[in-house]
Design a protein. Structure first.
Ligand code: T4K
Length: 370
C-alpha cells in the first residue's frame, strides 16, 4: 500500500453532519446557547445511563473539571501525584494553590505506584491524585487502603477512561475514589469537541461541583463558594449526545486496529505493545509501544524515522512533568528519585490509533517499524 496523506496519532470521531445540523436548527430556534440548557441536560442524563453512574456533572473541558474537583474537596497542603501524565494533572493542583509531590510509577502500567506514594505521605499530605494512564486501571484497592489508613482524599484523573468498566460486573472505574474526572477532548476515545465530566458516588459532592461550574450560583441571589465558569455550551452538548450513539461501534473499530498492531508487532525484536488492562474492558484509546535496547533505534530515533514518513506518533508522556522548568521550584530531593517514570518516558511511543484508521495503514506503520 502506498501512503498519500500524513497519519496523525489520532483523529476524532464525528457525528452524522445532517443530524448535527438538525440539532443546530433547534438551538437556533430556541436561542438557548449555554447555562445548563436542554442539550446539556440531555447529555448529562445520557452519559449517566451509558456509563452506569448516578452522579455526574458535565464540564467545558477536563482541565477545568480537574480544577473544580480539587476545589470541591476543599484541600490544603500537598497532593501526591504522578509525573507521568499530561501536564493538566499537576497544573490543576498548582492552580488550586496546592503542592504536587511526585512519586514514581509502576513499570507494568505506567500508573502511580502506591508503595512509593506511601513512602511520601506526611502531615502535609491531604490527597492523592493518580491517573489511569492510557485507561489502564490503577491499583484501586491499594489507594482505598491508603485513604482509610491516613484519612486522605483520592481524586482520579480518569481523562482516558471513557467506558472503562470491570469485566465481571460492568462497574465503572469512574466510581472509585472520592471523585473521578473524564476528558471529552477531540483526541479522546469519546469526544464532544472539548469537554469533560466529574463523577462521584457522593451526590453531595456532585451538587457542589454543579455549583462550582456556574460561579457558585445556587439561584439568582445565593452564591455558594468561589466558583468558576466551567459550563459546557449547547452546541458541544448536542454534539456529545449524537456521539454517544456511535461510541460502542467506534470502540469496537479501535479494538480491531489495536489487535492488528499486536499481531503485526508480535515478533519485532525490542518492540512490545505496552498494555495492562487487568479485570477491565479497554477503550483502545492509545497504542503505546515500548522501544527497548534490543531494537536497532532508540525511541526518539524511531519517532523521527516515522515522522520522515509522515507518521506522527507521539511521546505521551515525555518530558516528565517533574522535569519541567515550571515545577523546578517546588521540587525537593525526595521528588527527584523517579527512575521508573524516567525510563518509561524515554522508551514509550504512542502509535496512531483511531476508529477510521485502516488495517492497511496499520500494516504500513508496522512495516516501517519492522
Ligand atoms: N489529564 C490527562 C491525563 C490528559 O491526558 C488530559 C488531556 C487532561 C487531563 C486534560 O483534559 P482536557 O482539558 O484536554 O479535556 C492532547 C490533548 O489536547 C489533550 O486533551 C490530551 N490530554 C493530551 C494527551 O493530548 P496534544 O498537544 O497532543 O494535542 P494535539 O493538538 O497535538 O493533537 C494530537 C493529534 O490529534 C494531532 O496531531 C491531530 C489530531 N487532532 C487533534 C485535534 C485537536 C485532530 O485530528 N483533530 C483535532 O481537533 O494534546
Amino acid at each position: 500500500m502506498s501512503k498519500n496523506k500524513p497519519i496523525f496519532v489520532t483523529q476524532p470521531d464525528l457525528p452524522d453532519l445532517n443530524e448535527f445540523v438538525d440539532k443546530l436548527s433547534l438551538i437556533w430556534n430556541s436561542k438557548i446557547l449555554t447555562n445548563n440548557g436542554p442539550n446539556h441536560k440531555e447529555f448529562e442524563d445520557a452519559l449517566k445511563k451509558h456509563l452506569n453512574v448516578q452522579n455526574l456533572s458535565v464540564y467545558s473541558n477536563g482541565t477545568i473539571a480537574l480544577l473544580a474537583a480539587l476545589k470541591a474537596l476543599n484541600l490544603k497542603g500537598n497532593i501526591i501525584t504522578t509525573p507521568y501524565s499530561f501536564v493538566a494533572t499537576s497544573h490543576a493542583i498548582m492552580w488550586n494553590g496546592l503542592t504536587p509531590v511526585f512519586a514514581d510509577v509502576c513499570a507494568h502500567n505506567g500508573n502511580l505506584n502506591p508503595e512509593k506514594v506511601e513512602e511520601l505521605i506526611d502531615e502535609e499530605t491531604t490527597a492523592i491524585m493518580p491517573v489511569h494512564v492510557y485507561g489502564y486501571p490503577c491499583d484501586i484497592d491499594a489507594y482505598e487502603r491508603l485513604a482509610e489508613k491516613y484519612n486522605l482524599k483520592i481524586i482520579y484523573d480518569a481523562a482516558h477512561c471513557f467506558d472503562i468498566k470491570r469485566k465481571d460486573d460492568n462497574k465503572s472505574i469512574l466510581l472509585e475514589g472520592d471523585l473521578s474526572v473524564l476528558s471529552f477532548h477531540a483526541t479522546k476515545a469519546f469526544n464532544s469537541i472539548e469537554g469533560g465530566a466529574i463523577i462521584s458516588r457522593d451526590a453531595g459532592l456532585i451538587d457542589k461541583v454543579n455549583l462550582l461550574k456556574n460561579f457558585g450560583f445556587r439561584n439568582e441571589v445565593e452564591i455558594e463558594g468561589i466558583g468558576i465558569n466551567g459550563k459546557m455550551n449547547e452546541l458541544q452538548a448536542a454534539f456529545g449526545v449524537l456521539q454517544l450513539s456511535d461510541v460502542e461501534e467506534n470502540i469496537s473499530k479501535r479494538k480491531k486496529v489495536f489487535e492488528a498492531y499486536v499481531e503485526l508487532l508480535r515478533n519485532v525484536e525490542g518492540i512490545s505493545v505496552f498494555t495492562s488492562i487487568g479485570d477491565y474492558c479497554s477503550n483502545y484509546s492509545y497504542l503505546p509501544i515500548l522501544v527497548n535496547e534490543e531494537y536497532r533505534l532508540n525511541r526518539d530515533e524511531l519517532y523521527l524515522y516515522l515522522k520522515e514518513h509522515e507518521i506522527y506518533a507521539r511521546r505521551y508522556f515525555y518530558p516528565l512533568i517533574s522535569d519541567l522548568e515550571a515545577y523546578k521550584e517546588i521540587l525537593t530531593n525526595r521528588n527527584n528519585i523517579l527512575p521508573v517514570a524516567t525510563d518509561l518516558s524515554e522508551k514509550i511511543l504512542c502509535l496512531p490509533i483511531y476508529s477510521s484508521l485502516s488495517i492497511d495503514e496499520v500494516k504500513l506503520i508496522c512495516n516501517l517499524i519492522k
